[in-house]
Ligand binder design. Sequence first.
Ligand SMILES: Nc1nc2c(c(=O)[nH]1)N[C@H]1C(S)=C(S)[C@@H](COP(=O)(O)OP(=O)(O)OC[C@H]3O[C@@H](n4cnc5c(=O)[nH]c(N)nc54)[C@H](O)[C@@H]3O)O[C@H]1N2
Ligand SMILES: Nc1nc2c(c(=O)[nH]1)N[C@H]1C(S)=C(S)[C@@H](COP(=O)(O)OP(=O)(O)OC[C@H]3O[C@@H](n4cnc5c(=O)[nH]c(N)nc54)[C@H](O)[C@@H]3O)O[C@H]1N2
Ligand code: SF4
Ligand SMILES: [Mo]
Length: 706
Amino acid sequence: MPGKQAVQTICPFCGVGCGMHLLVDDQNRVAAVSPQGDHPISRGKLCAKGWSTPFAIEPGDRIRQPLIRTDDGFRPASWDEALEVIRYGLLDILSQLGPTAVGVISSARASNEDNYAAQKFARAVLGTNNIDHCARICHSPTVAGLKQTLGSGAMTNSAADIDSAEVLVVWGADATENHAILGGHIIEAKLRGATLIVVDPRRTRLAKLADLHLQVKPGTNILLVNALLHEIFRHGWQNQDFLDSRCEGADALRKSVRDTSPTQLADAIGVPAEQIEAMARTYGQANSAMILYGMGITQFVSGTFNVMALSNLALSCGQIGRPGTGINPLRGQNNVQGACDMGCLPNVYPGYQDVADPAVRQHVSDYWQCPLPDHTGLTSMGMTQAALRGEFKGLILFGEDPVVTDPDQNEVLASLKALDLLVVAELTMTETARHAHVVLPAASFAEKNGTFTNCERRVQRIHQAIPPVGEALGDWQWLGAIARQLGSSSLDWTNSQAVFDEMAGMTPSYSGMSYEKLARQHGLQWPCDDAAPEGTPTLHQTEFPIGRARLIPVHHVDIDEPADADYPLQLTTNRLHFHYGCGSMSRKSPLLERETPDGILFISPEDARNLRLKNHSAIGIRSRRGYLETRAIITDDLPPGLVSMPYHFSEAPSNQLTNRAMDPVSKMPELKVCAVRITPLPEGQAPRTIQSIRASAAPPSARENS
Ligand SMILES: Nc1nc2c(c(=O)[nH]1)N[C@H]1C(S)=C(S)[C@@H](COP(=O)(O)OP(=O)(O)OC[C@H]3O[C@@H](n4cnc5c(=O)[nH]c(N)nc54)[C@H](O)[C@@H]3O)O[C@H]1N2
Ligand SMILES: Nc1nc2c(c(=O)[nH]1)N[C@H]1C(S)=C(S)[C@@H](COP(=O)(O)OP(=O)(O)OC[C@H]3O[C@@H](n4cnc5c(=O)[nH]c(N)nc54)[C@H](O)[C@@H]3O)O[C@H]1N2
Ligand code: SF4
Ligand SMILES: [Mo]
């Protein structure tokens, strides 16, 4: 394209990690994108969000310089002044309450370099393991569950395996909406003759194409796995050689599913026994079968057990360690795999090295040349809850919008208000940034160098295409500036390559990687080390990191808040293809924005009839925690009794309603099901935004202040 420069990079939205070029015009703006034709996953394609990248980062409403809170809003400030406010605030809290009262929430949207810097900042500069990020409410049960059963909590296989699998099981994932390019690969696999099985309470697009759709009741995943295992063992479809040579615990597992026959459990699961038997037959007898799973497994109080159940199923049939098989968590954010790998978790250093292990701690302490805290830190919601108890006072948060994306919005707001210091580094003024004491301007992915790690463990380079907007800095850079204010030079790198090299020097699974090697091909899949210098597309081929895989029997756990007389409908939350996360990037695109109205609730024709709703009727929705108003869309994709809302809309945020009851192992809140009551709004009355509902409910004095 004449007058335009094409810079090779990776899509900044989801974990598929599609390859794109940013086309930069002569005024140094990203004018357009084009797909990378030779990219191994995206193969010359992008989804609607990828194509809309220029809108997501455009300079119009970007934060251009630091902002400091005043009585009636924010005032622009210099970096020096903002850093001084942060230094003063942090030192004040540290001197009064010590390092357990401060912490960092980092960003799965930012680079590996940014995330490495964030956890090093928390540990080496602040002296705390209070470091976490959105994986907590996404795939933390995967990290916890697969670590126990396989020794590694990542996708075992690669996206390319979708092309060769004989059977594809899509379990609690809406891949055509949320991993669109992979969703396309799944459709292609179906067209070439693969068998497609979908397990989902909603009739997703893939469910409509599937050979078998098990429309389960929400929260019954373990029952279904155990019924499948019962059937598989009964018919001898298990892979006994694999169980004998590579696993432990097979006998106990087999005993635990003795009384879980499809006929016994069909009613509880909500599908006919014949469907369960058919699924067991297809999966149990497949030569190669690949499980792809998502939030329909993890976002439950039973999240970790759900993941372990899937692991039991794949291991029992020996569907792991070969091409076209595996247990594959579809990691969500563009760099959530990387943010976990970098150790932005309260219990592990980079490469999942345990902070509680004294030998590991000594090693990291020697590498960083500083003392390190010895106890596990708080999770993200652990920090906000400690804030409500007055035990946690200072939070540095970047690239997340918990006011919109964490469960139980009213409690999130109360906890942010309880902080003495909230620093938010963002691209735009998000709902969370509005509550900050200091807002810092962050550079977008187009304005910095670095790496993202996609869902199949592929570490890929992003290249700076344009200068940062205004005075924005990359996240590792402003973190380094705060560290220097606090007298530490431990984040003083000269460029992103230096950050990467330091990280690779302490992260075994990245130890064979360098920017030079990553540039030679389309990235490298970890582990990449002396034993596997070209990376590892398929994990666990000959052994597991823990030697033999562990089969651990798991039993059904009830959902925390079933429907009852007061709140008679179950609400689940999902995503829309055209919007992303809190919406702060995707909703800047007029093309994406025109595809959906502002906030919606999907409801079955039967429930709509009972409530006398028409399509697009205005409704109020109440749960035990909150209330909001929106419009109903009637669809037979949902069964009676279940309604569904996306969570992308800050004016109708489904997280007003959601339940923060947590999985005791991973601390994952139950975002996938809570109980609600719906009332039609009077004829002619439009739904109010949550902001106006809040303003009208506030006492007059509070109204004047807001
Ligand atoms: N367009 C778009 N794409 C995205 C995102 C986005 O916001 N927008 N976000 C990204 C992120 S962060 C993530 S984590 C991924 C998430 O991608 P997905 O995992 O696909 O996310 P969800 O749509 O939240 O939930 C998946 C499915 O779980 C089903 N489900 C609910 N309860 C149950 C149950 O009990 N059992 C089973 N088997 N299924 C159940 C829901 O009906 C839904 O279809 O998407 C990523 N991609
Ligand atoms: N009800 C309900 N709630 C959910 C879910 C659900 O299924 N249901 N899913 C949960 C899941 S899986 C997830 S992952 C979370 C996601 O929750 P969040 O992580 O809060 O959501 P995002 O929209 O990805 O927010 C990322 C922010 O990062 C900013 N950003 C992008 N790039 C950069 C960068 O390089 N630097 C900085 N500093 N900022 C940047 C963007 O402007 C955006 O505002 O939501 C969770 N919430
Ligand atoms: S599938 Fe994901 S990575 Fe690919 S273009 Fe769409 S949002 Fe970007
Ligand atoms: Mo996620």
